[in-house]
Design a binder for this molecule. Sequence first.
Ligand SMILES: [Zn+2]
Ligand SMILES: [Zn+2]
Length: 92
Amino acid sequence: MRVGNSLENRYSSYRVGEDICVKCGSQKYCVKHHVTYVPEFIIPLCRSCHMKIHAYPKEHPNFIKHTMQERDHFYFLKEQAERELMYKRLKI
Ligand SMILES: [Zn+2]
Ligand SMILES: [Zn+2]
C-alpha cells in the first residue's frame, strides 16, 4: 500500500515549492510576510517564525523594514482599490 497521499504530501504539493520559510527552511504552513510595503517586498515565512518576528521585531530588524505609517497607508490604498473594483463590478 502506498502512503503518498498523507496530509503532509498534499500540503507540499499544494504549495509547489514556492513557499519555503526564508528563516528556517520549513515548507509547512508558510505565510507571506511584508518586509517593506513601498516598494512591496514579500518573503515566505513559516507560521512559527512569522509569529516570532512579529512578537520580537527588534530582534529581527532585517525582517521588518517598514514603519507602521507605511503599513497603514498600504492597506488604506489596497482597501480603496478593492472598493473601486467592487463599485465597477456593481456598475455604481
Ligand atoms: Zn520558519
Ligand atoms: Zn508579517
